[in-house]
Write a protein that binds this ligand. Structure first.
Ligand SMILES: [Zn+2]
Ligand SMILES: [Zn+2]
Length: 157
């Protein structure tokens, strides 16, 4: 009697393993395209800039940090006083950046006068960062708004 049940259990185990293997490859497939899109966009913008058609300030990826523009715009390296990018002329101060990934809004505020400079440079940063937010999350938003990559990693681990 006992040997019979063990044999049945072993058979169940073998069939349970099979679907596990097929689902294990699925998460990898769904994670890769986001990275690939960043790599592809970086390469395309590198080329467009190199050929002289694209301004570095109009890029939605960062040549310096190799990331989406919104991911590194808060870096001090993105404060350019001469062109007015992330810069308040009145206070001679770098602007604070607020990136909201949920609403896909980017705000620039001066930490001194609490104003957003009404300049072409400010408009350009907000436009390119918001465009990079949309580009980076296009696939995620079309399926499910709440499934951020960080949550995905947490569930599989
Ligand atoms: Zn950067
Ligand atoms: Zn200011």
């Amino acid at each position: 009697m006992m040997t019979h049940t063990t044999a049945a259990d072993a058979r169940h185990c073998a069939t349970d393993l099979a679907p596990d293997l097929s689902t294990a490859s699925a998460p990898n497939d769904s994670v890769q395209p986001a990275d690939r899109r960043l790599a592809t966009t970086l390469a395309a913008e590198d080329l467009a800039e190199w050929e002289g058609g694209l301004s570095p300030h109009d890029r939605i990826t960062c040549r310096l940090h190799r990331r989406w523009a919104y991911q590194c715009i808060s870096s001090p390296r993105h404060i350019i006083a001469v062109t007015g990018h992330r810069w308040c002329d009145d206070c001679a101060t770098g602007l604070t950046v607020l990136v909201d990934e949920l609403t896909r809004r980017v705000e620039l505020t001066c930490p001194c006068c609490h104003q957003t400079p009404n300049t072409r440079a400010t408009e350009q940063i907000i436009r390119t960062c918001e465009a990079s937010l949309h580009a980076a999350h296009r696939r995620v938003s079309s399926t499910r708004r709440t499934s951020w990559p960080t949550e995905k990693f947490g569930q599989t681990a």
